[in-house]
Design a protein around this ligand. Structure first.
Ligand SMILES: [Zn+2]
Ligand SMILES: [Zn+2]
Length: 629
């Protein structure tokens, strides 16, 4: 049931109320950003004193504050709001914490004082009154005050408004209070804040560069994929020939790597009976993320006659099918570890509003595998999986990565986490030990494990420093038992194996979306859809006679090569090859021909000089084989 993390996108779910524990964990940057939301509210109230504020949390890359206000805020208003914010920062007011009784808080909210600069008779702080109701009995109620602004808030904040080093308002949107369309529609202003100006400028440069590298834009320029919502459906990309090259090169890499690591390959259908997903636990808990059932009535008769149609579901994950493969033949300890791999195609019913290019889709091809092993084998298997991630990072030049190790909370055994205290402890200890011993960069987060075992989310940073979660690696000690999977141990007893779910290359969709941005479409030779183009200086017959065998030889060696022997001016030929992002251009003129040479030119790399023909071909083949960066 590996929960493939498709995407953390700018779209923010409406916040659940943070617990005091969550709040204590807020990073310094989050405190700066949340404090900046208070500064923004202060500024807005100076301009529009009747504004009513609701939620104002920090979010990925910034903060927002939701408010009700008769004036419709437009980006043209940002400048004057920012000017007021600067005054508040310059005043360097302390964020003062005041603990109050519930009665006092209700009184202040009724007077309009909360989320205001002063009491506002006839304009009660209605959202704050509602938020007060959500604070559990017994939990302290606190205000934070900067200058005249008092807000109902549990904190934490930075010490003073002056600690907000740099900020910028970025956008305005509408949002329903608490994300519920039955509630009033509010205005949401987004902004971001940083410790200092330098960090903020670096961030905006990165955002600009990310826009330039947008996978949808480059995907269209290069002819990699198409989204045909009219005939195929939303969120189901069609891979065009050049995108298919990327898909198949990644599969080749995965298949070679997995073969070398002792995996075996399997293939499974795209759908299964309802019983499968009831057993796995996807139904009913995951039902809304699955396409609705396909009903098949093979027996004839109708529901009125008491004949029930059989229900099939498109698979949202590959694990249940793999479990049935494990169960298809009796197993003994000698069969373990058993590593079943498949580039499985799954379907998820993502909300249409959340679909986004290749990053969030409804059909996804996953670099999936399930490793069934004994407890004794677990540590070595888990380490091998991590080593595989590291190997891939190296190939793709990902120098910065982090593994986020999520563990359980003993207080929530039997509710949020399967009630196996011993196994939790044992597997978490083993995972931690492997991570520490391999010197892997990781952070540990309590209370975020999957229901059935600890998990690791793998975050990587692209060449321009943007963060992506690309893959999840999970331990599962509950679901194999639900499917009744057993192996016969040395002592002739039947035991349940542990299962590791892993997908280092994530899904083709998301991973290729990531790689397009990472490389800005300028893929390394082994991955480039257009690897080599042979260009003659002109259409002279002797040049073509010399060049054609080079094309033939490369093609015979599986190189994606084409030729441009036309009479088009040479500059234009080069410009066209550069625009197509052909990785290596082999240029042939009279002097090259006489010397038995070719002149090499690299996309974005310019001329590399002339070399003997045979040497150039050998170097190209070697670079592809080694998957040179
Ligand atoms: Zn799985
Ligand atoms: Zn606050």
């Amino acid at each position: 049931m590996a929960e493939e993390n498709q995407n953390p996108l700018p779209a923010q779910p409406n916040p659940e109320r943070k617990t005091l524990d969550d709040r204590a964990k807020m990073t310094e940057l989050e405190r700066i950003r949340h404090s900046c939301a208070h500064v923004m509210a202060t500024a807005i109230l100076r301009l529009w004193p009747d504004a009513q504020f609701a939620y104002g949390p920090p979010v990925e890359n910034g903060f927002y504050y939701d408010m009700e206000l008769s004036h419709r805020i437009a980006p043209e208003d940002f400048e004057k709001i920012e000017a007021e914010m600067k005054k508040e920062i310059k005043a360097n007011n302390t964020f003062e914490k005041l603990v109050v009784t519930r009665d006092q808080a209700i009184k202040d909210a009724e007077s309009g004082r909360l989320g205001g600069l002063a009491e506002r008779p006839g304009n009660a702080s209605k959202f704050k009154l509602d938020l007060l109701k959500q604070i559990p009995e017994g939990e302290p109620i606190s205000y934070y005050k900067n200058g005249d602004f008092i807000d109902l808030c549990a904190g934490p904040h930075v010490m003073r408004t002056g600690n907000v080093g740099a900020f910028k308002l970025t956008s305005v949107a509408s949002a329903y209070y608490k994300g519920d369309e039955k509630n009033p529609q509010l205005q949401r202003i987004y902004g971001t804040a940083f410790k200092n100006k330098t960090e903020m400028e670096a961030y905006f440069t990165m955002i600009e560069e990310a826009k330039r590298r947008d996978h949808r834009k480059i995907g269209a320029e290069m002819g990699l994929f198409a989204l045909d919502t009219e005939y195929v459906g939303p969120g189901m990309p069609l891979w065009l020939p050049k995108g298919t090259v990327l898909v198949e090169e990644l599969e080749k890499l995965a298949k070679e790597t997995e073969f070398a690591a002792g995996y075996v390959r399997v293939r499974t259908p795209h759908l299964a009976k309802e019983k499968m997903y009831k057993t796995s636990g996807h139904l009913p808990y995951y039902a809304e993320s699955m396409f609705p059932a396909i009903e098949v009535n093979e027996k004839g008769g109708t529901a009125a006659e008491g004949v029930e149609a059989e229900r099939y579901y498109l698979k949202a994950m590959n694990c249940p099918h793999h479990h049935r493969i494990f169960a298809a033949e009796p197993k003994s300890y000698r069969d373990l570890p058993l590593r079943l791999a498949e580039y499985g195609c799954c379907y998820r019913y993502e909300q249409s509003g959340e679909l986004f290019g290749l990053m969030r889709v409804r059909s996804l091809n996953m670099n999936d595998a399930h490793i069934y092993c004994t407890e004794d084998q677990f540590a070595a298997e888990f380490k091998a999986v991590n080593d595989m991630y590291l190997k891939y990072f190296k190939i793709f030049g990902l120098d910065k990565y982090q593994m986020r190790f999520s563990t359980h909370d003993p207080a929530k055994l039997g509710q949020k986490f399967v009630n196996e205290p011993e196994l939790w402890k044992k597997t978490e200890d083993m995972v931690r030990k492997v991570l520490v011993e391999s010197g892997i960069n990781f952070v540990e987060v309590a209370n975020e494990a999957a229901f059935y075992g600890p998990k690791i989310d793998v975050q990587v940073w692209s060449a321009i420093g943007r963060e992506f979660t690309i893959a999840t690696n999970q331990v599962d000690f509950a679901v194999p038992a639900k499917f009744g999977l057993t192996y016969r141990d040395k002592d002739n007893s039947n035991k349940t194996p542990l299962c590791i779910h892993r997908a280092p290359l994530g899904t083709h969709e998301r991973f290729i979306g990531f790689l397009i941005e990472h490389y800005a479409g300028n893929f390394p030779l082994w991955l480039a859809p257009d690897q080599v183009r042979v260009l003659t200086l002109n259409d002279d017959a002797s040049l073509i006679d010399y060049a054609q065998p080079i094309v033939n030889e490369l093609r015979a060696n599986q190189v994606r090569v084409d030729a441009d022997f036309s009479a088009t001016p040479f500059k234009a030929k080069i410009a066209d090859a550069e625009k197509t992002r052909v990785h290596t251009m082999l240029v042939i003129g009279g002097r090259d021909m006489e010397g038995g040479n070719v002149s090499v030119r690299l996309h974005h790399g310019g001329p590399q000089g002339a070399k003997p023909k045979a040497q150039v071909i050998a170097e190209i083949l070697a670079a592809i084989k080694e998957r040179k960066a």
